[in-house]
Ligand binder design. Sequence first.
Ligand code: DAH
Length: 359
Amino acid sequence: MLAIPDSDKVLYDIDGCKDLAALESLRVALLGKSGSITKILQQAGALSPEERKKISQTANNLKNTVSDAIAKRRVILKDEEISDRLMLESVDITLPELQQKFGQLHPLTKVFQEVTDIFTAQGFAVASGQDLEREYFNFTALNMPESHPARQMHDTFYIKDDKRIVGASDEKLGKYLLRTHTSPVQIHSMLRWGAPLRVLVPGRTFRCDYDATHSPMFHQAEVLVLDKGISFAHLKGCITDFCRKFFEISTLPMRIRPGYFPFTEPSAEIDIPYHIKDKRIVIGQSKTEENKWLEIAGCGMVHPEVLRHGKIDAEQYQGFAMGWGLDRLAILKYGAPDIRGFFEADVDWIERYGFSAFA
Ligand code: DAH
């Protein structure tokens, strides 16, 4: 006689399965290829016809009941598993915040933004030019012909195999070099937009220089204004206005002293007073510390020769130009004493002198 498992006991076991894996094991033990119910059905074939009918019927009923019970239990266990996972993955809003560090804005980025804000508010357009410049725009068109001694003060990095550069075929424009100042963009702007014109050119510049106030890569902002009836008084007003806004000191003393640049006539240099206190640079004059001046810009009335290269009618239009040293503006305003720290990518330095991007 074949022993048919007790149906109540089997259903009780199915209900007792705590997870899907246990339920699957039980299913295999009952209904799998060599499961107890499967075996009974197989072995029933050897019985007498009467017994076979009886046993097969009972075993088949049990098989159906067990299959249904397992399917129902599986649905319940799956639901439980999902809600368990949801419980585990929920956000605990009572946990303390992560001590996440945010990046800082470099003082130069800040200065770029501030200078641009001041000039664009006065109707200046912003241009950038390119770091890789031609000799013609960097020197010749700015009234520094080939033999001009001022070229030596702008020693820079020439590009050796310039034939491979796209557009290098126009030999009249001379060698490629890393621009030594932003002034070549004066010529590009004149050729592109003509007069009247108000343009600001913040950008990277390069020279063979390296000490506490000079770095081989530095930053300038060129200012060019062309219009009818422009005089030195406009230039002076523009400088004073900019410095007071930038340094946020309405009575800031300044020195505008005569200078020489081949591309302006007359030319001047602009100095700002400072002193050192607690190893930091402080703007303005002190009664107790040694007072010094830092040159922050060159400027002047645009030379007629430069206007000619820019295809501007010098009989009708005059203009003034300036070139600000952005790194020096940053040194003065934000007190980082050595320009070399600006480009060393030192995280401690940026934490000391940098700014929150959200401020
Ligand atoms: N390009 C000059 C330099 O790098 C700075 C300068 C001086 C720019 C006078 C000007 C200017 O536009 O008018 O030293």
